[in-house]
Design a binder for this molecule. Structure first.
Ligand code: ATP
Ligand code: MG
Length: 533
């Protein structure tokens, strides 16, 4: 163990937040040891701005609660620790840990409980990487280094404390952490770690709680180094384990969204991590919409159902909370409305609570070359820059354009239909005009045809006609007058020809007989309910 002078490495208490100093001082005054550990120390040493500070102490969680009272909340089961509030800030305070006892692991070696308290010498070896195991006591101005972590910071290397395979099996989330730190710090990953990071090992992530993986995904998306991290995750095949349905490679849309997220974070703008989920799951969502539509589901219903289905599947990997799911689906549902807005809906669309996210999504799609947006990303972009008068003019202009496009579409459709109709009508034109020939009743026709086949010379004498004015003639004599030839009587289907024959006849009938005309009957409208559905 080396004790290093903190000021030699540029570390002074004035770099620290009031909250972390408060926690360290209060624990020290209560007679406990207290240090800052982990990312806070590492980032300060690298000249970066730490996103938070974590504290570690020899006080147990209950003792921490005794010291801080209502300011303290104990959380976690697998890894119990205290959340201590100082003003509006919250600091995570962990207790020194000893190596876990054997039964607290799964068959695959994953640690299910890590709450055996220990000494600082035991605690450092429980940490993941050497660069995360430096203990800083700001009041004493000391850094305790048990594993030459300072050397690895200087040589920019990520090394495991202990044997990599075992450390990954104890906690597969360390696979995500190693890649995250490599992307964030631009450090080299030690070859002993790379060697064991196989696709089979990545599958161990499936055993981790989806809630914990969702938290990890939040850290990935909001760190400001999402684009390089995604490349690493794809390369080391943990990507497809976490996001099984998302595209397995960087598409132009995903790349642009990742770059954009990083730029926003670096320039201090807010981002909602669920937005990137919407980007990742967009393609699986569209595929699902097509699948449902192909199965006969109406478009609007398919659009909603696909959102539900895609989210349900992803939630098995990363437990996206309900509020984030609603946000994601609202972004998707806004897309067609933003691409083809009705003129009178434009002002209300632009103040929709999800408008900004929906528009950003549309704009990113357009900028990454998605032709489906039809330039509406740019239109909405420009629209937001205008004053009220200009907006009204722009809406009117869009309305005219839409009407013109609509008319054009209708004309094209009508032209198409004309072509189809022309193709279809030709055989129909060959048919005799409906009233050219008198129509005969079916039975009469059948009898006549039977007679025809048996006595070819017999004409149409004696066959009843339906008058063209629609009056029904008296048909009572037809059955009585059926021919009494033995063949016809012996037919199993009395009075009818065998099926095959009848089908043939049907064919002939359509060629040389007019289509039957439906008789109009006046409807009794008093019984019809005329109200809305
Ligand atoms: P950052 O906060 O910048 O993401 P960090 O290193 O501070 O990085 P935290 O998740 O805040 O990461 O954890 C604080 C410290 O706790 C780590 O530096 C590490 O020492 C230890 N630690 C966290 N997670 C693990 C883990 N899964 N296995 C072993 N040690 C861990
Ligand atoms: Mg931290």
């Amino acid at each position: 163990m080396q004790t290093l002078r903190a000021s030699t490495f540029g570390l002074v208490p004035s770099q620290l937040s009031a909250a972390i100093l408060d926690i360290i001082d209060t624990l020290t005054e209560a007679g406990y040891e207290a240090y800052i550990v982990g990312g806070g120390v590492r980032d300060l040493l690298l000249g970066l701005h730490p996103k938070d500070f974590d504290a570690v102490t020899n006080a147990t969680p209950n003792q921490i609660r005794d010291v801080f009272g209502k300011r303290c909340r104990i959380i976690g089961r697998r890894f119990e620790l205290a959340h201590v509030y100082s003003g509006r800030d919250m600091i995570e305070v962990a207790t020194f840990r000893a190596p876990p006892r054997k039964p607290a692991t799964t068959a695959a070696g994953m640690i299910t409980r890590d709450n055996v308290w220990g000494t600082i010498q035991q605690d450092f070896s429980r940490r993941d990487f050497t660069i995360n195991a430096l203990y800083y006591q700001p009041r004493k101005g000391q850094i305790l280094d048990f594993c030459r972590g300072m050397d690895d910071i200087e040589s920019e290397q990520i090394k495991f404390l202990g044997e990599p395979l075992q450390r990954f099996e104890e906690d597969p989330v360390r696979m995500l952490r190693v890649l995250r730190f490599a992307a964030k710090l631009e450090f080299k990953i030690d070859p002993s770690i790379i060697k064991v990071m196989t696709p089979a090992l990545a599958k161990l992530l499936l055993e981790v709680s989806p809630h914990r993986l969702y938290d990890e995904s939040q850290k990935m998306f909001t760190g400001g180094y999402l684009a390089p991290l995604m490349h690493l995750m794809i390369k080391h095949q943990v990507w497809s384990v976490l996001f099984a349905d998302a595209p397995p490679a960087m598409t132009p849309f995903i790349q642009r969204a990742a770059d954009n997220t990083d730029i926003r974070i670096r320039s201090g703008k807010s981002i909602n991590p669920a937005f990137f989920y919407a980007v990742l799951m967009w393609q699986p969502f569209l595929d699902r919409v097509h699948q449902l539509e192909a199965a006969g589901m109406p478009h609007t219903e398919a659009w909603t159902q696909a959102g539900v289905d895609v989210m349900r599947r992803q939630q098995k990997r990363t437990a996206i909370p309900r509020y984030a799911e609603v946000f994601i689906r609202e972004i998707w549902e806004l897309q067609p409305r933003l691409i083809e807005p009705r003129a009178r809906q434009i002002p209300s669309l632009s103040i929709h609570p999800r408008f900004r996210a929906g528009f950003d999504f549309l704009y990113l799609r357009e900028k990454s070359g998605d032709p489906v947006t039809m330039g509406m990303g740019q239109w909405w972009h420009d629209y937001q820059e205008l004053d009220n008068d200009q907006r009204e003019k722009t809406i009117n202009q869009l309305n005219r354009q839409q009407l013109r496009a609509h008319r054009k579409k209708n004309d094209a459709r009508a032209a198409d239909e004309r072509v189809v109709v022309q193709m279809d009508v030709q055989p129909i034109q060959l048919l005799p005009v409906e009233d050219d020939k008198p129509r005969r009743r079916r039975r009469t026709r059948q009898r006549d045809e039977r007679q025809e086949s048996e006595q070819p010379s017999q004409g149409l004498d004696g066959i009843e006609m339906i008058s063209t004015d629609g009056d029904r003639p008296d048909t009572s004599s037809i059955d009585v007058n059926l021919p009494s030839e033995p063949d016809a009587r012996q037919s199993s289907d009395r009075g009818r020809a065998p099926r095959s024959q009848s089908r043939e006849r049907g064919g002939r009938q359509s060629e040389d007989r007019p289509l039957p005309r439906r008789r109009r009957r006046p409807r009794d409208l008093s019984t019809v309910f005329m109200g809305p559905y």
